[in-house]
Design a protein around this ligand. Structure first.
Ligand SMILES: O=CN(O)C[C@@H](CC1CCCC1)C(=O)N1NCCC[C@H]1C(=O)Nc1ccccn1
Ligand code: NI
Length: 186
């Protein structure tokens, strides 16, 4: 199981590389790796296990964050209300945003990253709605329309696969200035 010691931190060049496309069928090692990417999120979102293993709870984890420069990331966006099913849950492989809203969305409290230990305050403007195409571990292609928080999370993960970190998007002069009619939420 991945632990915090396995998570690569900002400054390591692997976080600034463009990750390689994944070929199908996946090797058994790649299948196991994809499972571990999701397992981290599941364990970290369980308060007891999170504490037991000293994890930082996360809703996404990209392969480069554990030193693997491959186009693969796990996303687990919890249900809005207790006990509901997750808003989005899958390991997205070779993801491509095929269309995106003109309108921006941003988390009111800004973003963080398991690979960035410092706080970087400011809005991270992203597309409020996206159409995402990706392959799952079985090589099945999915095309999903996401909006608001799930869309933000997937864009944060896809950025990692392109060597981009959240604070690259923060306006240096006016960190809490967002583009016109940005949807602020969270
Ligand atoms: O690339 C992936 N990462 O860097 C993990 C990040 C991904 C999110 C950051 C903003 C959008 C995607 C992550 O999850 N976090 N960032 C740092 C600490 C907090 C943590 C978080 O938001 N946790 C959380 C939220 C709701 C429910 C449970 N846990
Ligand atoms: Ni991150």
């Amino acid at each position: 199981m991945f632990l915090m010691k396995d998570i690569v931190r900002d400054g390591d060049p692997v976080l600034r590389k463009r990750a390689a496309k994944v070929e199908f069928p996946l090797t058994s090692e790649e299948k196991e790796f994809a499972h571990k990417l999701m397992e981290y999120l599941e364990v970290s979102q369980d308060p007891e296990l999170c504490k037991k293993y000293g994890l930082r709870a996360g809703v996404g984890l990209a392969a480069p964050q554990v030193g693997v420069s491959k186009q693969m990331a796990s996303v687990l966006v919890p249900a809005d209300e207790e006990g509901g099913k997750p808003q989005f849950k899958d390991v997205i492989i070779n993801p491509v945003i095929v269309s995106e809203s003109v309108q921006y969305g941003a988390l009111t409290e800004g973003e963080g990253c398991l690979s960035v230990d410092k706080d970087v305050p400011g809005y991270v403007p992203r597309h409020d709605r996206i159409t995402l195409k990706y392959q799952d571990v079985n090589g099945e292609t999915h095309k999903v329309r996401l909006k608001h928080y799930p869309a933000i999370v997937c864009q944060h993960e896809i950025d990692h696969l392109h060597g981009v970190l959240f604070y690259d998007h923060i306006n240096k002069e006016h960190p809490f200035k967002a583009p016109e009619d940005t949807v602020l939420f969270g």
